[in-house]
Design a protein around this ligand. Structure first.
Ligand SMILES: C[S@@+](CC[C@H](N)C(=O)[O-])C[C@H]1O[C@@H](n2cnc3c(N)ncnc32)[C@H](O)[C@@H]1O
Length: 362
């Protein structure tokens, strides 16, 4: 054990084994961070999709994607070193195995991951603004981020909704599937690009849906998506905040991954209560979290706390009240928010490794 002076007055007693373990983690982490940028480029240029068709040399992949062969070779080497493509040294060709192709090229599939790295791009772009926010304590609104955040969120979250929302989350709420199947009025609040709204609308043709979000650009995007999906007759999108959206008799209000982003979640809960029929449902989907910090110190908590530092917490701080629940709010804190809205029943209806799904009733 060596004693090393630091730039502070503290003298450090370095345990070499612990330092080596820490530095091993650093090598893994730095590799992941540097690799993230190459994933975004490969996704945007269609490199993964072209490679999914058949094993290719760097030159052939470049030809098919109209890109530069030398850059593509370096990119492929980075992918192979990261385990994102397979490399056959004998033929000097690269390929995607079935699992890699599933996760990297099946847009909307349950394992599609490139959207997540667009969120990381937005985080990096927000560094100057966040340095300032740490000093001033001011917020950084959702709308003030790079557009990569809005697109990345839609692309990363939609697979989870496609895999779970209709098949397990809605059926986990008391009688909700039957109600939607026979025709219900639904408000999807904080809908973003409307991925969840459109998935529900496709599944329940007798119901009508309105998506609300305060972010104008997201509402414009969602409106176009509804038109493209041929759902414009039953689905509409409007700019409105969670405390002021119109309507007084919804059968169902949904909030996907947005309640903790709001400045005044309890105020929103009061408005949800007023907008529901007396026997209505409030479906709240939140990031998976335990109640205590020490129980969230794991790989999933790591992702959520990091995103929350840059995105969710400053988004809430930018709005009135600025409750700053954070992405790891947990069930107990959500229960308090819902109770303050005047709801009498609240329960965890179901969960996935990434999400908690709550049901609240008036
Ligand atoms: C993490 S995104 C989730 C978007 C969408 N629900 C999804 O799951 O893809 C959070 C969304 O909440 C919206 N939002 C935040 N505060 C809001 C508020 N007070 N009223 C309405 N929308 C809000 C943001 O504009 C953003 O679209």
């Amino acid at each position: 054990m060596a004693h090393t002076p630091t730039s502070t007055s503290r003298s450090l007693a370095i345990d070499e084994g612990k330092l080596n373990a820490f530095m091993g983690g650093f090598v893994r982490d730095l590799g992941a961070v540097m690799h993230a940028a190459t994933i975004v480029v490969g996704d945007k240029l269609g490199l993964y999709k072209a490679l999914a068709d058949q094993p290719l040399s760097a030159e052939d992949l470049a030809l098919r994607t109209e890109t530069d062969a030398r850059y593509v070779r370096e990119w492929l080497s980075a992918q192979a070193a990261s385990g994102y493509v397979d490399y056959d040294a004998a033929s000097d060709r690269f390929s995607l195995n079935d699992e890699q192709a599933f996760a990297l090229t099946v847009e909307g599939g349950p394992a599609f991951i490139p959207g997540a790295f667009e969120i990381a791009v937005a985080q990096f772009k927000a560094i100057p603004k966040m340095i300032s926010a740490f000093r001033t304590g001011l917020g950084l609104g959702w709308h003030e981020h790079d557009a990569a955040l809005f697109h990345g969120t839609e692309r990363f979250f939609r697979p989870g909704y496609a895999a779970n929302l209709v098949s397990s989350w809605i059926p986990a709420l008391d009688g909700l599937h039957e109600r939607l199947a026979s025709g219900a009025e639904v408000a999807d609040v904080g809908c973003g690009h409307g991925a969840s709204t459109l998935i529900m609308a496709e599944a329940y043709p007798k119901s009508t849906f309105v998506g609300f979000d305060y972010h104008e650009a997201s509402i414009a995007h969602a409106t176009q998506a509804a038109e493209r999906a041929g759902l414009a007759g039953r689905v509409r999108f409007e700019v409105a905040s969670a405390k002021a959206y119109p309507g007084r008799a919804y059968d169902l209000v949904t909030m996907f991954d947005c309640l903790h982003d709001m400045g005044d979640p309890a105020g929103a809960a009061i408005h949800v209560r007023q907008s529901l029929k007396p026997d209505g449902h409030w479906l709240i989907v939140e990031p998976y979290a335990n109640d205590r910090l020490e129980d969230n110190l794991n790989p999933v908590g790591r992702i959520f706390y990091s995103a929350s530092t840059f995105i969710c917490t400053p988004a809430s701080r930018a709005q009135e009240v600025g409750a700053c629940l954070g992405a790891q709010a947990g069930e107990a804190r959500m229960n308090t928010v819902v109770e303050r809205g005047g709801f009498t029943r609240f329960r965890r209806a179901t969960e996935t490794p990434f999400n908690l799904v709550y049901e609240a009733r008036p």
